[in-house]
Design a protein around this ligand. Structure first.
Ligand code: AMP
Length: 210
């Protein structure tokens, strides 16, 4: 049986970090809709041109575009042992669409206070080449400004600027947090305290899926 997971939680909760670690450990495919959109923006594809200003403002890409993207991605051959969906679904219509084209094992809800989310997002750095994540204080690279894994340049995401951070947290509260109740009703939600070290959070997720 494949393990199909959804990582839910506010921006900054560490979903991407834990998804990368878990996907390697369990041979799952890590699918981050945010990474896919950013890749398209960077390469100026038609999709990228369409969503560039939406991402920069911290708004959500329309559901129909996002659903189609994920549905197509899940049809690819590498999705054998299962997947970790990181940042999808983010709205009730997306959750309903996902039910139509795939079946999810668990929804892992990364719980983090708004203050902690702001603190994490404000110091976040990403490698512009490989997408690896760092934090100025909590997870600094060995050499300032340089990615440990590929030597790429570390940058601040446009949507990690203060205005966009506030917008993203507001949009999360309004449009994504209702999914907590939605999945609780379906008995699919498993809560994880995301305010701990990445090793501890990873262990909690492993305990849930074992
Ligand atoms: P993330 O890297 O998950 O924080 O996503 C970055 C941005 O990509 C979000 O702020 C949205 O603009 C867009 N995005 C990612 N996933 C979704 C989604 N499931 N629905 C709508 N927009 C999304």
């Amino acid at each position: 049986m494949p393990i199909n997971l959804v990582f839910l939680g506010p921006p900054g909760a560490g979903k991407g970090t834990i998804a990368s670690l878990l996907s390697v450990k369990k041979h799952l495919v890590h699918i981050s809709t945010g990474d896919i959109f950013r890749y398209n923006v960077q390469h100026e594809t038609p999709l990228g041109l369409r969503v560039k200003s939406i991402l920069a403002a911290g708004e959500y890409v329309p559901d129909d575009i996002t659903n189609q993207l994920v549905q197509n991605r899940l049809k690819e051959d590498d999705v054998v042992a299962g997947y970790v969906l990181d940042g999808y679904p983010r709205t009730i219509p997306q959750a309903q669409a996902l039910e139509d084209f795939s079946s999810v094992s668990f929804i892992i809800n990364f719980q983090l206070s708004e203050e902690e989310a702001v603190a994490r997002l404000s110091g976040r750095l990403v490698c512009e080449r490989c997408g690896a994540g760092y934090h100025i204080k909590n997870m600094p690279p060995k050499t300032q400004g340089i990615c440990d894994s590929c030597g790429g340049k570390l940058v601040t995401r446009v949507d990690d600027q203060p205005e966009a951070i506030k917008k993203r947290l507001d949009v999360y509260q309004e449009r994504t947090s209702p999914l907590i109740e939605y999945y609780t009703q379906k008995n699919m939600l498993r809560n994880v305290d995301a305010g701990r070290t990445k090793e501890e959070v990873l262990q909690s997720v492993l305990d849930i899926i074992s």
